[in-house]
Design a binder for this molecule. Structure first.
Ligand SMILES: [Zn+2]
Length: 62
């Protein structure tokens, strides 16, 4: 099966103008300075905010 009508270069390019991926946004961890996602616990030290930090790595297993 083939499409009944060819999509023009212009129409194809206009459609694909919205397909670009945006880069992942990182912020610095306030405690250890490593890159982390905003509103997420740091994967290096588990820091979320001064009142809350989750356990990561060997600490979590113990
Ligand atoms: Zn951290």
């Amino acid at each position: 099966m083939h499409p009944a009508q060819k999509i023009s270069k212009s129409r194809k390019r206009k459609r694909r103008s919205h397909h670009a991926l945006s880069p992942i946004h990182y912020v610095r961890c306030a405690q250890c300075g490593s890159a982390k996602l905003p509103h997420a616990a740091c994967t290096n030290c588990g820091f979320v905010n001064p009142q809350l930090a989750i356990k990561v790595g060997e600490e979590a297993e113990a």
